[in-house]
Design a protein. Structure first.
Length: 212
């Protein structure tokens, strides 16, 4: 029986709703860290919704090999106080959301843990959201990757599913009660917004998303 390959996704920082709606379609997924790093995507940035509108949070990165740096070698510039800025922005945006207090301490611990590379940070955050959303999916670890990346005979490289704020969203989501209304498509908004505003109902909203 032919084995169905896992969904391949790009790495993403506190990923958007589209990211989780996509991985919910599969039982397993892998994060492609061998691809060349691309700027101005959700690989190192996320969108949160504040009283002043949508705010972009960006992790400062160092491309160790210039424009040809693979994602796995992209380092976080921890000389900058980005974690403090991101956490203050998140608290300001969501401290009045109904479920913020239930998740804030654990999320703060994950965010402030010192990490050297971007994939290390992103994987930890994605795993946190999968656990809190109780999603029935599994991220393949490095030990699984060799088997997962085997291609059928005659096949070529399959790029990861990409996510960028400059392209149209992939899914339509049921509206939910937000602390502040989003001026961008929900598919582009960080899963933070959904989790803090809907709590246990978040997974149901993701599961009911329909492709555009």
């Amino acid at each position: 029986m032919e084995q169905h390959p896992p969904l391949r996704l790009c790495t993403a920082y506190m990923p958007p709703l589209d990211y989780f709606a996509s991985l919910l379609k599969e039982e397993t997924f892998e994060v492609d860290t061998a691809e060349t790093y691309r700027k101005q995507t959700f690989r190192n940035r996320t969108l949160i919704v504040t009283s002043q509108g949508v705010q972009m949070l960006s992790v400062p990165c160092i491309k160790t090999k210039g424009n040809h740096t693979p994602v796995e070698e992209v380092e976080i510039d921890n000389r900058k106080k980005w974690q403090r800025h991101h956490w203050r922005s998140i608290c300001t945006a969501y401290n009045k959301s109904p479920f913020f207090l239930y998740y804030r301490d654990e999320l703060e611990a994950v965010l402030h843990c010192s990490r050297q590379t971007l994939p290390e940070l992103n994987n930890a955050l994605t795993d946190f959201f999968i656990a809190k959303l109780k999603l029935p999916v599994r991220r393949l670890l490095a030990s699984d990757r060799l088997e997962a990346q085997r291609l059928p005979e005659g096949g070529g490289y399959v790029p990861p599913l990409d996510f960028t704020p400059k392209t149209p969203p992939l899914y339509r989501f049921d509206t939910y009660l937000q602390t502040f209304l989003s001026a961008v498509p929900l598919g582009h908004v960080s899963v933070l917004d959904l989790l803090f505003n809907t709590g246990p109902e978040a997974s149901l909203i993701l599961a009911s998303a329909s492709p555009l």
